[in-house]
Write a protein that binds this ligand. Structure first.
Ligand code: FES
Ligand code: FES
Length: 155
């Protein structure tokens, strides 16, 4: 059954008719062209599809679009602001060479943004725990932790 959904996506109000079984990943990628949202496991296991929903990280592959009615969504595309400058989390990933194939990167960046928005600082072990929902096949995680620690670590 098709339902009308109203969401704010990256600062823009959208109205869409969606199948009530459609995942938020599919809506964001296929209907709105937001291909930073990756399809990995599609089972809530890898974190590649992570977006922020009202500021909280969500695995969009196991979140139905109809549940997002009335909510705000942020993806990596929505971080492109401030005269084209990268978000500090994105810049840290570049500076610390925390990206190889890049498939896990958008999800990790969005979790990093969520952590940054908490306004707190964290130890490396706490950061390791906070990103434990993300799988990366390439980096061994150390450069990712270096990047996050650079922005979010205890001074
Ligand atoms: S694609 Fe959503 S958690 Fe893996
Ligand atoms: S950089 Fe390839 S999966 Fe993380």
């Amino acid at each position: 059954m098709i339902k009308i959904v109203h969401m704010n996506v990256n600062g823009t109000d959208v109205e869409l008719g969606v199948d009530e079984c459609e995942s938020l990943t599919d809506t964001l990628r296929n209907r709105l062209g937001l291909t930073s949202v990756k399809k990995g496991c599609e089972a809530g296991e890898c974190g590649a599809c992570t977006i922020l929903l009202d500021g909280k990280s969500v695995n969009s592959c196991i979140y139905l679009t109809v549940w997002a009615d009335g909510h705000s969504i942020l993806t990596v595309e929505g971080l492109e602001h401030n005269r084209g400058e990268l978000h500090p989390i994105q810049q840290a990933f570049v500076d610390e060479a925390a990206i190889q194939c890049g498939f896990c990167t958008p999800g990790l960046v969005m979790t990093g943004v969520e952590i940054a928005n908490s306004g707190k600082t964290y130890t490396r072990d706490e950061l390791r725990e906070l990103i434990s929902g993300h799988l990366c096949r390439c980096t061994g995680y150390e450069n990712i932790l270096n990047a996050l620690e650079k922005v979010l670590g205890k001074k």
